[in-house]
Unconditional design. Structure first.
Length: 481
């Protein structure tokens, strides 16, 4: 019965372009046969059923035009005209009645054909648009299913509209269409390891942040690292009509990073002891060579000592990065004068760089921080300034106070940094390319990254201002005590 009702219902056939020829013929003939039956045997007065016939003809033309397009409407209209001529003949019209009947048939026939053309054209246009939309939807679904990332699309009420299989595989759970993100009615997928922390995932989807990274706990102690990117789809009025969510599985990347950090940590520890021993032996040898007064050996020992110190700094930097990434980077806070520390650091480093370092202090700044780590940041700023500045240009180190923060800035008059490079200068392993200075002076791109992390762990801010060819100013601010 449902199939029959769907076959007859013209609305149910919107979007279907398999128009029928036989059904309009059979349906129209059957309808007029019933009309003739009623006229002759029920009403017993066929001549007074003209209004009923016109209503039936109009309804049939509209119905078949809306169901089977222009062709269906034309078939019904043509049979209506034929039926009218059958009535004129069977009723024995003559004279004026015959002329009136023919004129009425022609006028009504033109009206029916006109209605069939208009309604049929509208029907076929709607079918084309629906079919085109269906094709676009199929194409979209195909693309969504083939994408190498998980996709979830929600409607304006935050109900799940579309998900792809990869998203379900990542999460290990079914997200049925219509599921609202304000509820937790998700079903586990028996084919995959289920993400038991479904609430954390749904909570991340409900946040306003456009990007986030979450960790879901799986059964068996496994972890799923997901990067979530969200984007609202807005209409012409600016209202959100849908939201697309892209899921990227970072589990393998994060696990490889952990293994890499563990290796770096282990290798750095293993290298640290022999390098420290080398430094001790070099100190002894330098004293012995100096006592002999051999200038060539003294210079060679100085170069060896410099390279060993450089290696030691690189090992320490690697250890610091490894500790930061594994959460084992301690911050030991104590109260001290930022002015005194900076002044002492400038005095110490002045012996190691060819440029003159000018120290300026505008006001007293006392902080509670890790003294060694803050020294590490200041030393990194000064050595970088010396590395990328001409030997005859001064370096200025300034301590100032602004409200509740103390600021240390290091200004050089060197090669400067372009605006594009400034955006990445504090990234791990990033090195400024295309400088005219000796590449052998550059490190591994860890110093500024470590400095940024140290200041961040002190709830401070780190900044850079630079103009290419005119120099740079690196600065950080810490809360005052």
């Amino acid at each position: 019965m449902d199939e029959l009702l769907r076959f007859i219902n013209p609305v149910a056939r919107l979007g279907k372009k398999n128009y029928s020829l036989s059904f309009p013929i059979l349906g129209t003939v059957a309808a007029y046969s019933l009309t003739e039956f009623f006229a002759n045997y029920i009403f017993s007065d066929p001549d007074h059923t003209g209004s009923l016939v016109i209503i039936v003809s109009l309804a049939l033309t509209i119905y078949f035009a809306f169901r089977d397009g222009v062709r269906g409407g034309y078939i019904s209209a043509g049979i209506a005209v034929g039926y009218y001529f059958f009535i004129i003949y069977s009723r024995g019209y003559t004279g004026a009645q015959l002329r009136t009947g023919i004129q009425t048939t022609i006028v009504l026939g033109l009206l029916y054909f006109f209605l069939a053309a208009i309604i049929g054209w509208l029907k076929q246009t709607i079918d084309i648009l629906i079919d085109r939309e269906a094709e676009e939807k199929i194409r979209l679904l195909t693309i969504v299913q083939q994408l190498p990332v998980g996709i979830i699309i929600t409607d304006r009420l935050q109900r799940i509209a579309i998900t792809n299989r990869l998203a379900e595989v990542m999460l290990g759970m079914k997200i049925p269409p219509g599921e609202q993100l304000t509820r937790n009615g998700v079903k586990d997928d028996p084919d995959h390891d289920p993400a038991v922390d479904a609430r954390a995932f749904l909570s991340a989807l409900r946040t306003r942040s456009s990007q986030s990274e979450i960790v879901l706990n799986r059964q068996g102690g496994k972890k799923l690292y997901l990067h979530i990117r969200k984007a609202d789809v807005k209409n012409a009025d600016g209202s959100t009509v849908a939201t697309s969510v892209i899921l990227s599985d970072l589990t393998q990347v994060r696990e490889e990073e952990v293994r890499k950090d563990d290796f770096i940590n282990m290798a750095s520890h293993e290298l640290r002891t022999p390098v420290t021993s080398m430094k001790l032996y070099l100190d002894v040898m330098r004293i012995l060579i100096k006592s002999r007064g051999d200038a060539k050996l003294t210079k060679a020992m100085h170069n060896i000592d410099m390279q060993t110190s450089r290696m030691q700094r690189l090992i320490n930097d690697l250890l610091d990065v490894s500790r930061m990434r594994t959460g084992k980077f301690p911050i030991v806070r104590e109260s001290f004068s930022l002015n005194a520390m900076v002044k002492a650091t400038v005095k110490e480093l002045q012996k190691t760089v060819p440029q003159r370092i000018r120290y300026e202090s505008q006001s007293q700044a006392d902080v509670r921080a890790d003294r060694f780590r803050i020294y590490q940041v200041i030393a990194n700023f000064i050595t970088n300034a010396a590395k990328y500045s001409p030997k005859n240009r001064d370096i200025t180190v300034r301590v100032s106070r602004n409200g509740g923060t103390g600021t240390v800035s290091v200004t050089d008059r060197g090669v400067g940094i372009s605006s594009d490079q400034q955006k990445r200068i504090f990234e791990r392993l990033y090195q400024v390319p295309d400088t005219k200075f000796d590449k052998r002076q550059s490190g591994m791109g860890l110093g500024l990254y470590i400095s940024r992390e140290i200041i961040r762990r002190h709830n401070g801010r780190i900044r850079v201002k630079s103009i290419t060819g005119r120099g740079s100013t690196f600065s950080f601010s810490l809360p005052l005590t």
